[in-house]
Design a protein. Structure first.
Length: 131
């Protein structure tokens, strides 16, 4: 085994690989579950999802991206063909389920969405809840 030959650095590398695989699997389960039956899913802070997205089997037509950075509104994260929308678009046309993909700001973003009654039926999940 690599860890027996290369020592602690290899153990750290293997640990990272295992955590990465677990993260991809958790995201795949999340999307499969929440996209079932035609539900829509939004991702807040999609830049952090970008590296995972190519490893997921996701029906992109049911996924929307949101970010509070106005400079990102109307733009894309190539090669993902999903336009980034602002918070106003989320309020005007809420998704069924929202994944907030930010560990440092996730709880604050979730809390900032609470005052909007139009989002009361939207289920919100933090990335830290998944992995």
């Amino acid at each position: 085994e690599l860890t027996k030959v290369a020592g602690p650095a290899a153990t750290e590398c293997v640990g990272f690989l295992e955590r990465a695989r677990a993260g991809v699997a958790a995201l795949q389960r999340y999307f499969e579950h929440h996209l079932a039956d035609g539900r829509s899913v939004g991702v807040f802070c999609p830049a952090r999802l970008q590296n995972y997205y190519s490893m997921l089997d996701v029906t992109r037509k049911q996924v929307r991206f949101f970010d509070d950075d106005r400079n990102l509104t109307g733009r894309y994260y190539p090669p993902i063909d999903i336009v980034i929308e602002g918070r106003a678009a989320l309020l005007a046309n809420p998704v069924d389920d929202l994944l907030i993909f930010s560990r440092p700001f996730g709880a604050a973003i979730k809390e900032s969405l609470r005052p909007y009654p139009e989002l009361d039926s939207m289920r919100v999940t933090l990335i830290s809840d998944l992995f």
